[in-house]
Design a protein around this ligand. Structure first.
Ligand code: OGA
Ligand code: NI
Length: 345
């Protein structure tokens, strides 16, 4: 439990403990990230009108170029987003004994709510992340929610409503992606994104942000991710050989393409590497909502996107096979996770 960084807030840690110092080539460094290449912000209000095709093309372009976009006017109430963020922040501020109920270092724990220090593999990782991580299963919601925190008192009610709202939003975004790709309506519906989970990242102020990372560079293995971030910068994506910040936009969600959408779109959409850096002044909180296929679902490039000039880039595989392969890479050369499934010309 002393491994949770959020438990040490009272003790001022003046220098970064050695176990959190990344090797030089992985450190965020002191260079400011380029701020001129903004990740597109897309207004979903306009999708009801004549502009629908334009919006779907914008989403497609952003998903090809950045693997990321932000959405505003998405239908999830602003108050609910703020309340949800408040619940997460209050949870991490709870006394250690209230958090201890959820604490584990066991990556295979079957509980529906788990609080990890750093990552799932704390015991075996070379360097720890400057992060505490609360993971909730959300499917089926009625069952999972019974294992979620009861402190703060409104936690289940607020975060449960939030989970339900985000679960309604995602099919709308997937349908726009479908239209942009020219796939039949409902192509990404149902079991492809049925298994949902919510991963809350808490990054307390860090004694030396130039040596530490909140989250190492990675691509998300799932279908699609909806990220809620507070008003503190920290998320970065790797584009054109440099790290660029995905700065917070009020009431927006950050959406990113997971590996499964990259496979199904036959490489049209990209899953782009991202990471989280820390800062020395303010705690940052973010919550990633992951939409995953069920384990047994076969993932393959959509037939409608394949022809003589566009041969399939990937072989079909079960999601569980993909996930096992992704997990064994253990963060070391995670950028290679798709290679294993590529067909050779
Ligand atoms: C993630 C993730 C980014 C962030 O949880 O997969 O990429 O800003 N989070 O915390
Ligand atoms: Ni991620």
């Amino acid at each position: 439990m002393e491994k949770l960084i959020s438990n040490n807030n009272q003790v001022q840690i003046r220098s970064l403990p050695e176990k959190y110092i990344f090797p030089p080539e992985k450190r965020p460094g002191k260079l400011p990230v380029s701020a001129c290449k903004f990740v597109p912000v897309i207004d979903l209000e306009e999708t009801a009108g004549d502009n629908r095709a334009v919006i779907s093309q914008k989403i497609l372009k952003a998903s090809q170029e950045f693997g990321f976009f932000q959405v505003v006017n998405h239908g999830v109430p602003e108050d609910l987003m703020k309340d949800t963020m408040r619940m997460f922040k209050e949870f991490f501020e709870l006394p250690a004994e209230d958090k201890a109920i959820f604490y584990t270092e066991d990556a295979r724990s079957k509980k529906h709510c788990k609080l990890y220090p750093s990552s799932l593999i704390y015991a075996t990782e070379d360097v720890h992340l400057w992060r505490d991580n609360l993971k909730h299963d959300c499917h089926p919601l009625e069952k999972c929610i019974l294992d979620w925190p009861v402190k703060p008192t409104r936690y289940r009610q607020v975060v449960g409503s939030y989970a339900a709202e985000v679960t309604k939003l995602v099919p709308r975004i997937l349908e726009l992606i479908c239209e942009g790709l020219g796939l039949e309506s409902g192509y990404f519906e149902g079991k492809l994104g049925e298994v949902t989970s919510l991963s809350v990242n808490h990054y307390p102020p860090c004694p030396d942000p130039s040596l530490a990372l909140g989250l190492s560079k990675h691509c998300d293995p799932n279908l699609i991710t909806i990220l809620l971030q507070d008003d503190v910068c920290g998320l970065q994506i790797f584009k054109d050989n440099e790290w660029i910040g995905v700065d917070p936009v009020p009431n927006a969600f950050v959406v990113n393409i997971g590996y499964q959408l990259q496979i199904m779109s036959n490489n049209k959409l990209k899953s782009v590497e991202h990471r989280a850096v820390t800062n020395s002044r303010t705690a940052r909180t973010s919550a990633a909502f992951f939409f995953n296929p069920s384990d047994d679902i076969m993932i393959a490039p959509a037939k409608a996107l394949i022809n003589a000039s566009n041969p399939p880039v990937f072989r079909a595989c079960q999601y569980i096979e993909f996930l096992r392969n992704y997990m064994t890479r253990n963060g070391s050369d995670i950028d290679d996770a798709l290679e294993h499934f590529k067909l050779r010309a």
